[in-house]
Design a binder for this molecule. Sequence first.
Ligand code: PEP
Length: 253
Amino acid sequence: MRKKLIVGNWKMNGSLAANAELLAALKAGFDAAQADLALCAPAPYLLQLQAALQGSGIAWGAQDVSAHEGGAYTGEVSAAMLRDCGCRYVIVGHSERRQYHHESDDLVALKAQRALAAGLTPIVCVGETLPDREAGRTEFVVKRQLSAVIHAVGHCCSEIVVAYEPVWAIGTGLSASAAQAQAVHAVLRAQLRAATGQAERNRILYGGSMNAANAAELLRQPDVDGGLIGGASLKAASFLSIAAAGLAVLQTN
Ligand code: PEP
């Protein structure tokens, strides 16, 4: 079983003062043996994360990136700029961006391509809505979303992280069951394997109301390589408990 990757998605939360407190608590409590840890913060705070986390073993990243390389795109942030801020990761295709900013599969794929070209690891989010699940379209939807990225990035596919985030589970307190998560993760891994001949390097994270109480069961699934955590990443204690669950799972396997 791979060491788990636990990524916090702060969404549009934080302030310089609140971040400083959270970062100090995370650095004090983080044990690199437990899991790989990363924080995806709003762009204005990336330099704060760089200053606080450099040398700590905790990585950081952004929540979105422009599909353009640079130039006259007011308000956009390029992949090269994120690298300048020391980012290792960038989330692309989060359902909140697909839903509220109408991001298409093709746009998400372009963003993943831009990220890889700049030396960033894209965390590619896929996931079905509740109507999709109820109509039996889960597999179709997540495969379509991932397929766009696979086609765009070609042989670099082994460098991406995938996050399965059922839209109905995000921020609702209603996590997918471990069996539901494992079933979709297995589909995604098979798709990656079919595309590249291997899928062991790819980490596939689960996201959607993961918390200290349900993390161990989700992380115990053979194809769940970690978590993308929203709400529970804003409190050091709950985020660190999820990382600790990652280690407990490794030790019992
Ligand atoms: C997310 O936004 O990626 C997420 C998983 O949120 P939450 O953990 O709050 O459901």
